[in-house]
Design a protein around this ligand. Structure first.
Ligand code: HCA
Ligand code: CU
Length: 466
């Protein structure tokens, strides 16, 4: 079935924070919400405000940040919890209740009582003017007739979306598609979300199958984090929709950056072989692969790395042939004759102890074999960031302009905060750097400086929001 509509419901801040070890601060949540909004997700599930005071604060802050995305508060099916969610001024409340026989038993309620709880909570939320989603938790394992009944009653009570989560990740794509086809036939007047857990590694496939079956909302987290094995990953799903269906549902070239942000703030490391965002996702190692990819990338790539703001990498190891070594050396600006190249490859293949060769290793081998110094001489330089404080009664711009004319000054910014001007300087030696610093200090109106030597500079990850 063709996919007619896709709304991305990101729950990194709710489901994602349920990952063991993950605990975002309120500020981090706002930063992630803004990043998600910049990438273009349609809804952001910001948290359950009943969990704790900081989750409450975060949901409230995100709701009033003026984001494009619809902001959702998650909560249990009772008026008290709904009330707290409403007080965050969100666009939508997502009310959940477990609907399997086992869950009803554990809550000691009958099916009728469960329906009554949901109806009361949904009506209450609706009467306060917010949109309502009902989540039939563990819906894929519920008794089907009861599931249909409770969904119909939630719709009558005012829910315009229903989530049918595969809470323990036991579905297969074929079963999910059939399930959504059936429910969308049996429950009218509402749109459905899927929320696929990854316990058996099928979360992305199941989400796509749900969309094919008629779901229009798809729950994701960045990097697929969440309870246990997590849920559908935003990056993989979004790229799969593009590559397999031609649908571009979010800004794909920002996904690598978003993934790195969530990796840093969550502390959950992205495995190197993760699709789309993993370190190795666009690396080629086998000699046969490399030779073919250098001739035509489509031979071993499902899609070009540039689609997600990344680059193709050629790994040099004992698996490498002439093509790989030549390509890597050429990328370093080094051209060798065929004869010398063969020799370099021979050395590489003979070293069983080296797993991969870094650029420096390759240059070293090439230099030994050719007897020529190949590495470009890196001019030694000292770089520093200098923070400058100005007297309160002087015009900062005039000082900044004078600093800009000093030898060695590379960049000058007027900035807010404790210091007024930030300067980046580059000098051949420490003593030259010191001269530069003295010249800055000598400017009339400069009342103090603070110098940081630059130890390492990194290139930004492509795709960062401007
Ligand atoms: C939970 C359960 C949930 C809800 C999903 C949804 C699940 O942790 O509260 O609201 O759509 O997997 O069933 O994450
Ligand atoms: Cu879940």
């Amino acid at each position: 079935m063709p996919i007619s509509k896709v709304l991305i419901v990101d729950t990194t801040l709710r489901e994602g924070e349920q990952t063991p070890g993950v605990n975002f601060t309120v500020d981090e949540k706002l930063e992630i919400a803004r990043a998600l909004d910049g990438v273009g997700v349609h809804m952001i599930e910001a948290g359950d405000p009943n969990v704790s005071e900081d989750v409450y604060q975060a949901v409230k802050l995100i709701a009033k940040d003026g984001l494009q995305a619809e902001i959702i508060a998650h909560c249990r099916a009772n008026v008290r919890d709904v009330d707290r969610a409403l007080s965050c001024d969100v666009d939508r409340v997502a009310i959940f209740l477990g609907v399997t026989e086992a869950k009803l038993k554990s809550m000691r309620i009958t099916e009728e009582e469960a329906i009554a709880r949901v109806v009361e909570a949904v009506e209450y939320a609706r009467s306060h003017g917010v949109k309502v989603r009902f989540t039939a938790e563990d819906g894929t394992r519920a008794k089907y007739d009861f599931l249909v009944e409770i969904c119909r009653r939630a719709v009558e009570a005012g829910a315009d979306r229903i989530s049918l989560p595969d809470t323990v990740g036991i579905m297969t794509p074929w079963r999910v598609q059939e399930f959504f086809e059936r429910v969308t036939r049996d429950v009218k007047g509402v749109e459905f979300d899927c929320h696929c857990h990854n316990d058996l590694g099928m979360a992305v496939a199941n989400a796509i199958a749900a969309l094919e079956g008629g779901a229009t909302g798809v729950h994701v987290t960045v990097n697929g984090i969440g309870e246990r094995a997590g849920i559908t990953g935003l990056e993989t799903l979004a790229v799969a929709l593009k590559v397999l269906y031609g649908l571009e549902v979010v800004k794909l070239d920002k996904l690598t950056w978003l993934s790195a942000l969530v990796e840093r703030l969550s502390g959950v490391v992205v495995p190197p072989h993760a699709p789309v965002v993993g370190e190795n996702a666009f690396s080629h190692k086998g000699g046969v692969h490399v030779a073919a990819v250098l001739y035509d990338p489509s031979t071993y790539e499902a899609y070009p790395p540039e689609l997600v703001g990344r680059r193709r990498e050629i790994v040099v190891s004992k698996y490498s042939g002439r093509h790989a070594v030549k390509a890597r050396l050429e990328a370093l600006g080094i051209q060798l004759s065929d004869e010398l190249l063969e020799k370099v490859v021979e050395v590489i293949k003979s070293r069983q102890d080296v797993r991969t060769y870094r650029d420096a290793d390759l240059i070293e081998i090439a230099e030994k074999i050719s007897g020529v110094k190949l590495s470009p001489e890196v001019p030694s330089k000292v770089e520093a960031v200098i923070l400058v404080k100005c007297d309160p009664n002087v015009y900062t711009t005039s000082i900044a302009r004078r600093i800009a004319s000093i030898k060695g000054v590379m960049e000058v910014y007027e900035v807010s905060g404790e210091y007024d001007v930030q300067v980046k300087v580059s000098a051949p030696t420490v003593s030259d750097l010191n001269d530069c610093l003295e010249s800055i200090r000598g400017i009339k109106g400069v009342s103090g400086t603070h110098t940081h030597l630059i130890l390492k500079s990194l290139r930004p990850i492509q795709g960062e929001l401007s």
